[in-house]
Structures are given as structure tokens and as C-alpha cells.
Design a protein around this ligand. Structure first.
Ligand code: MTE
Length: 451
């Protein structure tokens, strides 16, 4: 094993980090501090287990003398806080930097805006509920569930109005799915626009949703299967969000959900009721759901006839494009981070497809010349995030990191120029191109486009 492989590289995270602001400003200083201390994590844990002296005897460059080990902290000698000091648990005070953030200047009013998920700082495939991205057209509300109603009407024998109690007494299922706004990565159609993965890809999250299959409600109301072709979902907020869903999809895996990650939906994400439309762009996941109408033709509402359409190179608009095609992104190392040392890094990222499961993710560290297949971590679920990891030893030279996802239909995530050939550059939605992160010799990672 070369010395570079043995030494785990460290990086300055972005935009949050565990290092002081001064340290973060000066990677060179950090590198010197790191080399001087020569603290290997193995030595540190041996010391913690009381093996410090033997470790010292075996290797003079261990963590010996580290005040963090030698001086007993108050948390070892004092009494900790009582149970239920925080009746609803919160993250550590040291994790405050990890937040959803609104991109400055993105919209004129924050009530019609987006707060992006910090993908660079989450692990595994579940997005913590407090970090789930938010996209509202007319602000969010915390609606009283005792007053909330869902009406199912149109081409059904028995139109009904359900209370939340009615819905929560019906047979329920729980499923893990990603939700991605059709506008995710929209700013990158023309050229590089934003510095970090939070802003380039953070309009996607993945949660476990609990609710009633829409098919159960439609059957309960006696859907007219001879005439019915489409279903409309309508939200209770001021944006009058309405979206048409084809009947075969509505009867397949769509949920009327009240649960998210083991508890009720958060208000920002549609409490107390929302549509979950797996694999389909976020706008169809109507929040604060108050009405389902069954019909025999598309409604052509404002959110599907004028908004959420794709301007094609021939000048025509493509409507009703809902499926989020296979996409992936390396979340670390990623834009805004700084690699402090040569050596080992775990390249980690997320892949997802609106058509099914992720079959394979390949990773390149030289801008797409050579590819290696990454490890897919289990579970690998349909229409859900899949976490991938791959080992990399950074030799200190320039590198371009890319990931390329393939789903179980055989579809392969395209390069940005392949996507532009078909879609042009004037689109807003459905940008699923391969993302490139450039690692400079000084360790700084930045967003670039490779054609
Ligand atoms: N539903 C209603 N009623 N109002 C809205 O503004 N925004 C839509 C969709 N459902 C919206 C809505 C859009 S554009 C997206 S991307 C998703 O909700 C975002 O869901 P989230 O805020 O839970 O991430």
C-alpha cells in the first residue's frame, strides 16, 4: 500500500464545515497543521480505548499529547442534561450549518420560491424531514387537520368528502420515493451557474411516505372505469395548484399521503395531505390536497398548459412531460469543498430514476475518459435515491469528477451536449445531464461543464 492510500484525505466542507472560519480560509495552513499533528484516526481511537501508551510505543507519530484526549472534558466528569430536555429532538448545535437554503436573488418573493436540500451533508438515501427541499407557489400553511377535507368527485358513482380521520382509518402503505422538482438543475442549461451541489441539485429529496393508495379511494367512490381516463389533483393553498394525472398511473402507485419519515407530513411539505406521484416531477405531488376529480380528458390547467412545459429547439412547447429520467450527482467531493491532502477519498453520491431502479453508476475522475463502476449501497429501490460510493486516491493533480447513472430500462444519463442536441438550450425543466466537479491542484472543487 502506498503512503497516499494509507492516509485518508480530509476536506473542508461546503458551505458548512467543522473547521473554524480562519482554518477554512487557509487550506495551506490546515494542511501544515494536519501534517504536524499526524493524528491518524486509528491512533486516536486506540488512545480513547486506553491503549495510548502502547500505541505510542509502537509508533512515535500517534495522537500522543493531544489535549482532546488527555484533559478530561466536563461531559466526562459532569452530569448531562435530563431526558426530554428537548421533547422533540433537534440536531446537535454543531450541525447548525446544515440547512435548506434559498438561492439569493432566485425569485422576487420568498413565498414563491425554493429552499434547496443540502445534499453535500446528508448520508444514505433518506432526507431528514427538516432538510427536505421546499417549493411553494404561494407560500405554505399549517392547516388544521380537523378542518381539512378531501373531496373525490367527477366520474364516480358516489362522490365523497373525507375527513382526515376517515382517510387515516383506511388501509395504508409506506413507500420510499424521491421527489424532484422538474426545475432541478434548471440554471445549468446554458452554462455553469451555481457553485455548490445544494444549489445545482438540491431540488430533490427522498423520504418514506405513508398513506392510502389513490386506487383505494377511487374504488371506494365507485370510479366509472368505462369513461374515466384522467384524474385531477387540487391543492388548498392560494396557488390553486392543479395537475392532470393519467388514470393508469393514478391506479398504479400514486398515494394520498399523510406520513413522511415516520411522522405526519411537515407543513412545508403539504400537511396534512399530499399526493405522492412516484417518478413524476414534483409539481404533480399536489400539497394540501383537497380535491380529486375524475374526468375523461386532460384539464389543461395553468400549471400544465403554460408552466412546467419544455421549449424545444423547433420553438414548440412540449406539454405533459412528467417522468424524471435517470440522474446522478457526486455529493462529496463537490463544488465549494476543498481537499486538504493528497490521499484517500470516498467519492459518494446519489442516483435516481423516475422509471424504476438504478442498475449501475459509473464514476470518472478524468472528465469522462475512463470510468469505473461504483458500489451501489442497499437498499436499491424503485423510484428512490440509491447511494453510491467508490474509493479514490487523489494524487494532488487536477481532476474532473463525474458520475453516470443507468436505470433498469437501460437508459443512460446523458452528457450535457447530448441533452442539448435534443432539447436545445432554452428549456427550463428536466435537466438530467452528467455533472462535472473540477478538483484544482490547490484542492478547491468547482462546478464546470464538460462537453
Ligand atoms: N402543491 C401546492 N398545493 N402548492 C404548491 O405550490 N408546489 C409544487 C408541488 N406541489 C406546490 C404543490 C412543486 S412545483 C413542487 S416541486 C413540489 O410540490 C415540492 O414539494 P415540497 O415542497 O414538499 O418539496
Amino acid at each position: 500500500m502506498s503512503t497516499e492510500v494509507k492516509k485518508s484525505g480530509r476536506l473542508i466542507k461546503a458551505p458548512e464545515n467543522f473547521l473554524s472560519k480562519e482554518d477554512a480560509k487557509s487550506p495551506a495552513l490546515m494542511r501544515r497543521k494536519f501534517l504536524a499533528a499526524s493524528v491518524s484516526s486509528a491512533a486516536a481511537s486506540m488512545a480513547a480505548m486506553g491503549l495510548a501508551s502502547s500505541a505510542r510505543a509502537a509508533s512515535p507519530v500517534s495522537g500522543a499529547g493531544d489535549p482532546n484526549i488527555l484533559n478530561l472534558p466536563t461531559h466526562t466528569t459532569g452530569l448531562g442534561q435530563p431526558v426530554a430536555a428537548n421533547p422533540y429532538g433537534m440536531p446537535s448545535q454543531y450541525e447548525k450549518g446544515l440547512q435548506r437554503r434559498e438561492s439569493p436573488g432566485l425569485t422576487r418573493v420568498s413565498a414563491a420560491s425554493v429552499a434547496f436540500t443540502p445534499l453535500q451533508g446528508t448520508f444514505g438515501i433518506i432526507t431528514p424531514s427538516g432538510l427536505h427541499f421546499e417549493r411553494h407557489h404561494q407560500g405554505w400553511w399549517d392547516i388544521d387537520p380537523s378542518k381539512h377535507r378531501l373531496m373525490v368527485m367527477g366520474l364516480v358513482k358516489n362522490p365523497k368528502v373525507y375527513t382526515m380521520d376517515d382517510i387515516m382509518r383506511l388501509p395504508s402503505v409506506s413507500r420510499i420515493h424521491f421527489i424532484e422538482c422538474g426545475a432541478n438543475t434548471a440554471m445549468e442549461w446554458g452554462n455553469v451557474a451555481v457553485p455548490t451541489v445544494q444549489y445545482s441539485h438540491g431540488m430533490v429529496s427522498c423520504s418514506e411516505f405513508t398513506g392510502v393508495p389513490l386506487s383505494v379511494l377511487l374504488e371506494d367512490c365507485g370510479i366509472d372505469m368505462k369513461k374515466a381516463k384522467y384524474v385531477l389533483g387540487e391543492g388548498a393553498d392560494g396557488s390553486s395548484m392543479t395537475r392532470t394525472i393519467p388514470l393508469d398511473r393514478a391506479l398504479d402507485d400514486v398515494l394520498v399521503a399523510y406520513g413522511m419519515n415516520g411522522e405526519m407530513l411537515r407543513p412545508e411539505n403539504g400537511y396534512p395531505l399530499r399526493l405522492v406521484v412516484p417518478g413524476i416531477q414534483g409539481v404533480s405531488w399536489v400539497k394540501w390536497l383537497r380535491r380529486i376529480e375524475v374526468g375523461d380528458q386532460k384539464w389543461a390547467t395553468k400549471d400544465e398548459a403554460v408552466h412546467y412545459i419544455d421549449l424545444m429547439p423547433d420553438g414548440l412547447h412540449r406539454q405533459y412531460t412528467g417522468i424524471q429520467e435517470a440522474k446522478s450527482v457526486i455529493t462529496t467531493p463537490s463544488g465549494g469543498q476543498t481537499l486538504l491532502d493528497k490521499g484517500f477519498y470516498n467519492i459518494s453520491g446519489l442516483a435516481w430514476s423516475g422509471r424504476g431502479k438504478i442498475k449501475r453508476v459509473d464514476v470518472s475522475v478524468d472528465g469522462g475518459r475512463n470510468w469505473r463502476t461504483a458500489r451501489l449501497e442497499t437498499p436499491v429501490l424503485s423510484k428512490a435515491f440509491t447511494r453510491f460510493n467508490i474509493d479514490w486516491v487523489w494524487n494532488g493533480g487536477p481532476a474532473i469528477l463525474q458520475s453516470r447513472a443507468q436505470d433498469d430500462t437501460g437508459y443512460v444519463q446523458p452528457k450535457i451536449n447530448q441533452l442539448r442536441e435534443v432539447r436545445g438550450t432554452r428549456s427550463i425543466y428536466h435537466q438530467n445531464a452528467i455533472q462535472s466537479w473540477k478538483v484544482a491542484e490547490n484542492g478547491e472543487v468547482s462546478n464546470v461543464q464538460v462537453y
